[in-house]
Design a binder for this molecule. Structure first.
Ligand code: AMP
Ligand code: MN
Ligand code: MN
Ligand code: MN
Length: 291
């Protein structure tokens, strides 16, 4: 049985393990296929590609930050050309705004008496590499770790609850794409995509992505819905499997592993081989990386 996990993070974004280490954990977890989907970057793919063992398949990917009605909507995207002009420009804009937004949040935290420094956050965000690079993305989990180090929260979850969760005292919003336009950009770059954890849209919607938005995303070329995700309960998984069936797109299943931040969990949810084949069939922007 081929075991396929289509959503994971490395230290190039907010995971804790380097891309090389993620591949090692994927093999240990008994996976045959892994998509590395760091937030808004393919900066880890080249390193991951050097560590694909014989018989293993790496799917180059990314989790693209979108927003709708004040809530985050995430698009796990695969096999696109990262140099395609429209998409590349948006990725640079999202990453650059992530950095200025994180700096703004550091300023808010300091004004609230939390002793975090921008230099320390940059060092955490560059973990495993000599320094923070343009292709890396800064995210709130890096800030959360700095807050814990400063003694202002017990753990990362507590840092989100007290300080940096959506609407929290040190929260700042950031630029993200319109979800329908994002699907079009990924498709125009030769890629395919699945709607990540649709039951968990953080922010004003406080819950699920609206189904009428999902319909418009499908009309723009969305190929899958990540119904099987560790943050979904049984009812949500069932509901989103039903939405996928109704809209004629495949169901994907993934761990959304972030290394030690999520408790290493690669392979805790998987995608059926037939669903994977159907999802990636239209992709022309990049090739699967075989060991
Ligand atoms: P950002 O992309 O900077 O807005 O941060 C969002 C990231 O923070 C997500 O991709 C998760 O990895 C993580 N995250 C979001 N909410 C929480 C939470 N309540 N506790 C811990 N991590 C979270
Ligand atoms: Mn994340
Ligand atoms: Mn996500
Ligand atoms: Mn993710």
């Amino acid at each position: 049985m081929t075991r396929i996990d289509l959503h994971s993070h490395s230290s190039v974004s907010d995971g804790t393990d380097t891309p090389a280490e993620v591949l090692g954990y994927a093999v240990t977890a008994g996976l045959d296929v892994l998509a590395l989907t760091d937030h808004d970057t393919v900066g880890g793919i080249a390193e991951a590609a050097e560590h694909v063992p014989p018989g293993f398949v790496l799917v180059p990917g990314m989790e693209l930050s979108c927003a709708f009605a004040g809530s985050s909507v995430h698009l796990v995207s695969y096999l696109f050309d990262p140099e395609a002009p429209g998409l590349a420009a948006e990725l640079r804009r999202v990453r650059s705004d992530r950095a200025s937004r994180a700096e703004e949040m550091v300023a808010k935290l300091r004004a609230l008496g939390v002793d975090v420094s921008w230099e320390r956050v940059l060092r955490i965000a560059g973990a495993g590499h000599d320094e923070y690079a343009d292709a890396n993305t800064i995210g709130r989990p890096h800030l959360a770790r700095a807050i814990v180090e400063a003694g202002a929260a017990r753990d990362v979850q507590d840092a989100f609850d007290r300080w940096i969760g959506s609407g929290g005292p040190a929260y700042a919003a950031r630029y993200a794409l319109d979800p329908v336009r994002a699907v079009g950009l990924v498709r125009a770059a030769g890629g395919v995509c699945s709607l990540a954890h649709p039951g968990r849209a953080e922010g004003a919607l406080n819950g699920a992505v609206p189904v009428d938005l999902v319909e418009r995303m499908v009309a723009a070329g969305l190929g899958g819905i990540e119904a099987d995700h560790p943050s979904h309960n049984r009812a949500q998984t069932k509901e989103w499997r039903g939405v996928a069936a109704d809209l004629g797109v495949v169901v994907t299943g993934s761990s959304d592993d972030h290394g030690s931040l999520t408790g290493h969990r690669l392979g805790c949810r998987t995608t059926a081989p037939e669903a994977f084949e159907e999802l990636v069939a239209p992709a022309t922007g990049a090739a699967l990386i075989r060991g």
